[in-house]
Design a protein around this ligand. Structure first.
Ligand code: PEP
Length: 255
């Protein structure tokens, strides 16, 4: 199984010109990437151009969206559906990111609707879960992760979860954008806990097969430990993915 490296550009950059420049610098310096599957998640408005830009060149990476709506079409002002995303060349969709939960009121129930829709659309979901600093301090980490996962995959059968290649990203909220990454040992512990939760809901074989990645202040100098020491299957990179040198350094450190 290849490592999954996901670049979450969030609400950056501001212009299409800058987005193309960023894409181009990553493309130019990314050679001989063999052990990683790299997914770039730019803002929606750049997806079309970047998928054109990607076509015809021997680009190794895939495109993903940072969010989606669960209905296919209709009177839902401002929303972007999964058929639209597929049409733009997206293969992956991030769902349940803590910034969506915090700033846009996304509940576990909404995450569940979106996850089901992503699976039905035959795209690959990257389901983000993670506790806040306060929840960790209160000893609620396990409870929070359990609740987020159980509610997110409610009414999704074991085979659907397995066949649709759902990936879970452990993203402790306190580590996101803080320069305070979760250490490798703790990430390994949390990874085992997440696999145990999935094993209790589905089965042990399924719990061993899905991709489990880490996100939260990942950079070139700490990336390798999440794969080599913590035994995780990839990384979700926010801030550092906007800096081609840092992002490439991150990928190369685990090659
Ligand atoms: C993220 O946005 O999911 C993330 C991990 O951000 P950062 O790498 O900046 O902490």
């Amino acid at each position: 199984m290849k490592n999954l490296i996901v670049a979450n550009w969030k609400c950056n950059p501001t212009t299409l010109k800058e987005a193309k420049q960023l894409f181009d610098s990553i493309k130019k310096s990314a050679k001989n990437i063999k052990k990683s599957e790299v997914v770039l998640c730019p803002p929606f408005v750049f997806l079309k151009e970047l998928s054109f830009f990607k076509k015809g060149s021997l680009v190794f990476f895939k495109l993903g969206a940072q969010n989606c709506f669960w209905e296919k079409f209709g009177a839902y002002t401002g929303e972007i559906s999964l058929p639209m995303l597929r049409d733009l060349g997206c293969e992956y969709v991030i769902v349940g990111h803590s910034e969506r939960r915090k700033y846009f009121g996304e509940t576990n129930e909404i995450v569940n609707k979106k996850l089901k829709a992503i699976i039905d659309a035959k795209l690959t979901a990257i389901l983000c879960v993670g506790e806040t600093q306060e929840q960790r301090n209160n000893g609620e980490t396990e409870k929070v992760l359990k609740e987020q996962i159980i509610k997110a995959i409610k009414n999704i059968s074991c085979s659907k979860f397995h066949v649709s290649n759902v990936c879970i990203a452990y993203e402790p909220v306190w580590a996101i954008g803080t320069n305070n990454p979760c250490d490798h040992e703790e990430a390994q512990k949390m990874g085992l806990l997440i696999r145990k939760i999935i094993s209790e809901i589905y089965s042990r074989p399924v719990s061993q097969k899905f991709r489990l990645i880490y996100g939260g202040s990942v950079k070139g100098d700490n990336a390798a430990g999440y794969i080599k020491e913590a035994g995780l299957n990839g990384l979700l990179v926010g801030g550092a993915s906007l800096d081609p040198k840092e992002f490439l350094g991150t990928i190369k450190s685990i090659e």
